[in-house]
Design a protein around this ligand. Structure first.
Ligand code: ADP
Ligand code: ASP
Ligand code: MG
Length: 439
């Protein structure tokens, strides 16, 4: 018998009808033995994710505000799902304990993790699979970093004794037993960790779109599905904003050479997207793999005549960032100019201080700050050095009237990143898509 690890995202488990679809998918293939489940997500665009409601409960509790009403929304969702599925399962004690723990000052991570923790038994009961508490098998070290080695050892041992199980996504435990979550969307990471520990033939990631699309479907109407791409391309696209998959979910499966298959719970017959170590698709000029982007960046543009001859210039600037605890995304440079692209979340409340310290450290001719920037990555194996590709990319933006503030080709040879004003973001993505893929 083979092994498939299947992660189902929040929208795939948002209500009883969605869970029923997931169950049919799982039961249609006996190899689908280990299921990683998210918390119930949105049932419609106006709906709330259970995880967001838990964060809200915690925020209220922290400020001493009553959160009974929000908690009741959560409890009603779970009880409704159990009733609609006709399960013989009573979550009352679990729900009461969770509410008490949050009221008594439990951590934010603990509160957030309960979305998955409470959904796990529901999915396990509806499938007749065993439930595994991630706190017992997924570990973080003392500094809060994921402990891959210990997790692999304990989890693979545990799975070797269980033929079929449900593992809630998104969290594990610290050495002192406290709950720790991954960053948002982290159930994708749990899925990859379980796939590695199970020695899976494939890691199936079931979501609400038919695979990784060439760009964000909220920006371009019905973009093409990417049939096959490499882990590296997925990493670039996911990191730059293709939010269908958490960018850190790639590492556990890549290390073990396990392919990822992104599939649609609402269209299970669609083969979706396959992610592998190498593809033999020859990338011709004009053909790219995908486009992804994110807003909320600031660019610091530093100018100084003859900066290229000044020893330690870059180091002194980076030192200022380091001392201020700011990490940067990109640093394209010219002869007398250097731009530093920084996510706004890193710079919050620190812009003026950082600029002043840069001025003191390197005495530049000028430092300009460009807020409200968006980055757009156009990704494809080996495309960066193709003249045709760059010309087409920049041409499409200029035709659309988009002003390019920054260009970074990176050294990976498969990625051209442009910085544009946030207000031009959607227009720019649409223009690049139309130029390479078609209207
Ligand atoms: P899940 O709840 O299954 O984890 P997510 O909401 O995290 O699902 O991810 C799926 C969503 O990602 C899609 O509905 C889509 O709106 C968004 N998305 C953004 N970029 C892309 C892309 N390039 N391909 C597919 N989906 C994308
Ligand atoms: N439920 C968590 C979140 O909303 C994790 C996940 O869905 O992957 O971020
Ligand atoms: Mg997700």
């Amino acid at each position: 018998m083979g092994v498939k690890v299947c992660k189902f995202g929040g929208s795939s488990l948002a209500d009883a009808a969605q869970i029923q679809k997931a169950k049919e998918i799982i039961q249609s293939d006996p190899d689908r033995r280990y299921i990683v489940a998210s918390a119930p997500g949105k049932r419609s665009s106006e709906d709330q994710k259970i995880t967001d409601l838990f964060y809200l409960c915690h925020a209220h509790a922290k400020q001493g505000i009553a959160f009974d009403e929000v908690f009741k929304l959560i409890a009603d969702r779970y009880q409704g799902i159990v009733a609609d599925l006709g399960l013989d399962l009573d979550l009352t004690a679990h729900l009461e304990k969770t509410q008490q723990d949050i009221a008594a000052g439990a951590s934010e991570d603990y509160a957030a993790s309960r979305g998955e923790f409470l959904n796990g038994p529901i999915i396990a009961a509806s499938l007749g699979y065993e439930f595994i508490d991630p706190a017992e098998v997924i570990f973080f070290d003392g500094s809060g970093r994921f402990d891959a080695e210990k997790t692999q050892e304990v989890l693979s041992e545990r799975l070797s004794k269980i033929e079929r199980a449900v593992v809630p996504g998104f969290f594990g435990s610290l050495p002192d037993g406290q709950i720790k979550t991954f960053s948002r969307g982290g159930s994708d990471i749990t899925g990859a960790i379980v796939a590695r520990a199970a020695g899976a033939d494939v890691y199936e990631n079931w979501t609400d779109v038919s695979g990784l699309l060439r760009t964000d479907p909220r920006i371009v109407d019905q973009p093409q599905t990417i049939d096959t791409l490499t882990y590296r391309e997925l990493r670039e696209l996911a990191y730059m904003g293709a939010s269908v998959m958490h960018d850190e979910a790639i590492f556990p499966v890549r290390a073990a050479g396990i392919p990822i298959n992104i599939r649609n719970t609402n269209a299970p017959e669609h083969p979706g997207t396959l992610i592998v170590a190498q593809t033999d698709a020859q990338v011709s000029a004009g053909c790219i793999t995908g486009i992804a982007g994110r807003k909320d960046f600031t660019v610091l543009a530093i100018e100084k005549t003859l900066m290229n001859t000044e020893m330690g210039f870059g180091r002194r600037i980076l030192e200022v960032l380091e001392v201020n605890g700011v990490s940067f995304e990109h640093m394209p440079s010219g002869i007398d100019t250097m731009s530093i692209v920084i996510a706004d979340s890193e710079l919050e409340g620190k812009v003026n201080k950082v600029v002043e310290e840069i001025k003191m450290a390197v005495k530049p001719d000028n430092v300009s700050v460009y807020p409200n920037m968006a980055l757009i990555a156009t990704v494809g194996q080996g495309m960066a050095h193709s003249l045709g590709v760059s010309a087409k990319l920049f041409g499409s933006l200029s035709e659309a009237g988009v002003n390019i503030r920054m260009i970074d080709q990176g050294s990976s040879e498969m990625n051209i990143i442009v910085g544009v004003e946030a207000s031009d973001f959607e227009k720019a993505v649409q223009a690049i898509y139309a130029a390479f893929v078609g209207a």
